[in-house]
Structures are given as C-alpha cells and as structure tokens.
Design a protein around this ligand. Structure first.
Ligand SMILES: [Zn+2]
Length: 514
C-alpha cells in the first residue's frame, strides 16, 4: 500500500545489450536471461520508484492505479524449474478496481479449492493414481459407475444416427506420415518398438481421426449414404511431460466421444445446426450453460479463399439459424477449416472449453476420400471433427467440481443407503435393498455397529442422494423414512414401492433435482 500511495509511474526504457548488462551487473540471473535473448530482440527495462526490472511488460501507467490488492500465496520455485539451480521466491497476487469484485474473486477461489476434483475424487474414492502408470487414472468401482453412466448416455443419444466403431490402438508410422502427425506431433506420441525392424515404427494413437478416415476409405460411398458419422470411445495416449500431469485434467491416457462426420458441402449447414442443438442439450442435462465461439480462417492455412468463403458461410448460417449469440474469433480457426468451440460455465462461473465442431478440408485430400455424386463421378467429402465431452476424464473432473461431488441421482455411484436403526431391523432393511436393486437402483446396506447418527453423518459425507432409515414403524408398514441430501434432518415416510418408483423416475429422466 506504500507503493500504491506513492503512485510511482512505470517508465519503460529500451536499452541495448551492453547497457542492460551494465545495469544488472550484480544480478547473475538477469545476466543469464539477457545472454539468452536473441540478437533481434528488444530489451526493455521498467522502473517504478526504487524498483528496476528487466521485463517485457506491459505495465499499468502507475502504481496508484492499483486499488484492491490481495497477496494470495508465496511459493519457492527453482530457477528455470531446475532443482539443481537456486531456489527463488515467487509471490502470487491479484488486484481489482472494486472491493466487491475482489471479495467475489476470493470467494470463488475458496470455492474452487473446496471443489478441487483431485481432493474430492480421492475423498469420494472415485479415482487413484500410481507412480507405475503416471498420468493414467485407475477408476475405482465408484468412479467406473460414473464413467459408464456418461458413456451409456452418449451411446443412447447417438444410437440412431451414428455408427460406433472400434479401431486399433497402435499404428505404423505410415499412417501418421499421411496424417501429418509424424512430422508435427511425434513428441506427443508414445512410440513403440517393432521387434522385426528394431525401430520405433509404431505408436499408440493420440487421436482417432486417421483411423476413422481409413475406415471410410475402405468402402465405396454414394451421396445417398452421407453423412456417415463414425464415433469411437477407444483409449488414447498422449505423451504429456510428467511435470504437467494434473489430476484428471492433464492425463496421458483418456477416451473421447470422438466423432467424424463425412458429408457433402451442401449438408454442412443442416448438420452443424443438428450438432449445435445436440451439444447444448447434452450440457443442459448437467446444468452447464455454454457459450459459442466462431473461429475463422487463420493467417497460416491451406485451401483457396473460395473454399474458406464457402466453409465460413456455411458455418455462420448454421450458427445464425440457432438464434444463439456467439463470439467471433477471427483468425482462430484450425489451419484446415473454421470451427465452433463451446465453453461451458460451471456452477461457480468458471469457463471450460469443451466441445468443438471443426470443418476439415485437408484430411479428405491427404487420405484421398471419395463419394459418388448424383452425376456418378467421384467427389471429395468434407469432414467434421466433433467432440462434446472432449475427454471423459476431463469432463468428469469438471462435473466433480461443478457438483462439488454431490452428483445428480443418475450419476451417483451409490444412490440410496439403507440404515436400520438397530439390529432388529436388519432383515427389513435388507428387504428394502433387494426391492430397490430389483428396480435398478444402486442401493447399499449399512449395518455397521455404529450409532444411527454416526451412520447418517457418514452417508451425508459420502454425498449419497438418499438415506433410507428403517425402524419398527417402517419395518411393519413396508415404508422407508427418507432423508434427502441437502435437506437436513427432514424425513419423509413413504411406501417402499413408491420410493422405488421415484428413484426410477429420477434415473430415467436424468433429473438434476432429488
Ligand atoms: Zn478428429
């Protein structure tokens, strides 16, 4: 606050290398930094009051512009992240114009910390990691329930119009040479030794696209069969550096809801409009709101301008037809075509980039894909790359944080926990579990020799949607006393059959409420 009150202006100076070396002569780390700067780089120095720094900028005009400041934390950091070098102190802070905005930001940081999926996934026993498989999640029986429920939902939505296929996990480099990954993406792939050639000629697939193109190319397609929509949920591997691995958001092994659609140019508009509706409805199931971004031709790109004009016009008219607002991102498209990206906003207002719809005019050329047109001659299809979840792993991380671990009924690994109030009611409670299980409910029985209050508290901590308590009255009357997650100690008594029907209803409608 002293520095803010002084309102020191930030002054920027451009200096040459000798001057920079002279000014930081007593600072060996700065000198190291300067020695690494390229000959054509501009060296700038910023000064505010007594503080002089080698910095690229930019900065505020003066320190007085800072209003509400909070230092968040300090951490030791090795110079260059190299543990053989000096330990430096890194200080994190944030600043806002209004005190209220700072308070909101700090509150959200605290919420984010409480919801951190790495902690919740461990506490709720959903996932484990092991040093023998860095970055590859082990899904526990509970985590697997969530994973399978999401996949079942995705399969249900895609049952009629999509063709689910399975393709190999490992490919010869010849495929990646055609797709272009061997040249540009090889360091992100896990290479595998081929014993016959003694070369690392094989790799685990980092994405499904090229394998789908091979499937498409292997058959003849008429314009009448298009669009062809292939979807695959296979395991993918990407060689993320071990230091970057983090929980479920940066992993080496994952699966996507990866779809490639082969279609004619005329079909782009109607297909995109279907996809946008599909994707938004899917997010809506989770109470996630999405914003759309329309990214157009980048400076470095393939294809003629006429192609880009057509592709962008098709995407834009499809977007406009949805009536939804979207942000325009000129120059942000893929080098092979324009795209629509979907950012979802979770319950504490954070944005996550998830889904994508990308037009691709390059792969059909590289893979020499064809379809037979109305005129009975060969034509090139266009490809749409589509993902809704992105990876299931990252999507589950987002869901854990969005719901703070309190999943909707249909995603809850344990949906109902039945608690007899005393030993006498074990049989009645076991009967309730059997009835619920017969109705397809994931019900468990807690007959541990702990007090009822202890077991209720435990069920609440496990975020089980319903705790069903069985005492004398319930055992006699064929009823359950139901405690709903988040409704405190309120109990509602209802016949077992009615409760089972309610559970079935929540499951089949994928309701967000209980
Ligand atoms: Zn793709």
């Amino acid at each position: 606050s002293e520095v803010i009150a002084a309102d020191y202006p930030f002054t920027r100076e451009v200096v040459d290398r000798d001057e920079a070396n002279r000014r930081f002569a007593d600072d060996p780390l700065k000198l190291e930094r300067i020695s690494e700067l390229g000959a054509d780089e501009t060296i700038t120095i910023y000064t505010d009051g007594p503080f002089v720094d080698l910095c690229r900028g930019p900065h505020l005009p003066s320190t007085g512009r800072l209003k509400h400041v909070k230092l968040l934390h300090g951490a030791g950091a090795y110079w260059r992240g190299d543990s053989s070098r000096q330990m430096l102190q890194r200080i994190y802070g944030t600043a806002f114009h209004k005190e209220k905005d700072l308070a909101t930001h700090l509150h959200n940081l605290e919420e984010a910390r409480k919801r951190d999926h790495r902690r919740l996934a461990r506490e709720l026993d959903l996932v484990m990691f092991h040093p023998f498989a860095p970055g590859a999640p082990f899904w526990t029986e509970k985590g697997t329930v969530i994973y399978n429920a999401l996949m079942a939902y995705m399969r249900e939505l895609q049952r009629d119009d999509y063709r689910e296929i399975r393709t190999p996990l490992m490919y010869n480099k010849g495929l990646w040479e055609i797709s272009g990954h061997w040249g540009k993406y090889r360091e992100n792939m896990f290479l595998v030794l081929d014993n016959e050639t003694n070369q690392h000629d094989f790799s685990l697939k980092p994405m499904n696209c090229p394998s789908h193109h091979l499937m498409y190319a292997a058959k003849k397609h008429s314009y009448r069969d298009l669009p062809v929509r292939y979807v695959t949920y296979d395991a993918l591997h990407r060689n993320e550096v071990s230091g970057a691995l983090s929980g479920l958001t940066r992993v080496r092994q994952f699966a996507q809801d990866d779809c490639h659609i082969y279609l004619t140019e005329d079909q782009i508009a109607s297909e995109v409009s279907r996809l946008v509706t599909f994707i938004l409805a899917y997010y809506g199931t989770f109470g996630l709101e999405a914003t759309l971004k329309f990214a157009t031709r980048p400076a470095v790109r393939i294809g003629e301008d006429a192609m880009w004009d057509r592709a962008e016009a098709a995407l834009r008219s499809a977007l406009d037809a949805t009536g939804l607002p979207y942000e325009h991102k000129p120059g942000d498209g893929a080098f092979y075509g324009p795209k629509i990206d979907f950012d979802v906003h979770d319950s504490i207002g954070r944005a996550w980039q998830l889904g994508t719809i990308q037009l691709d005019y390059a792969a059909p050329e590289r893979f020499d894909l064809q379809y037979t047109g109305v005129d009975n001659t060969d034509h090139r299809p266009v490809i749409i790359h589509r993902a809704v979840n992105g990876s299931f792993e990252r999507f589950i991380a987002i869901l854990i944080e969005h719901f703070a671990g309190a999943f909707p009924f249909w995603l809850s690994p344990e949906q109902v926990r039945v608690l007899p109030i005393a030993d006498d009611f074990h049989d009645a409670a076991a009967g309730v579990v059997a009835t619920l299980r017969a109705a397809g409910v994931r019900a468990t029985l807690d007959v541990r020799g702990e007090t009822l209050n202890y077991r209720i508290r435990d069920g609440e901590l496990a975020k089980v949607p319903y705790l069903a308590v069985i005492g004398a009255r319930e055992a006699e009357g064929g009823t359950v006393a139901v405690r709903t997650r988040g409704a405190g100690s309120k109990q509602v008594v209802m016949p077992v059959a009615e409760f089972a029907a309610k559970c079935r209803e929540l499951e089949s409608t994928r309701s967000l409420g209980l």
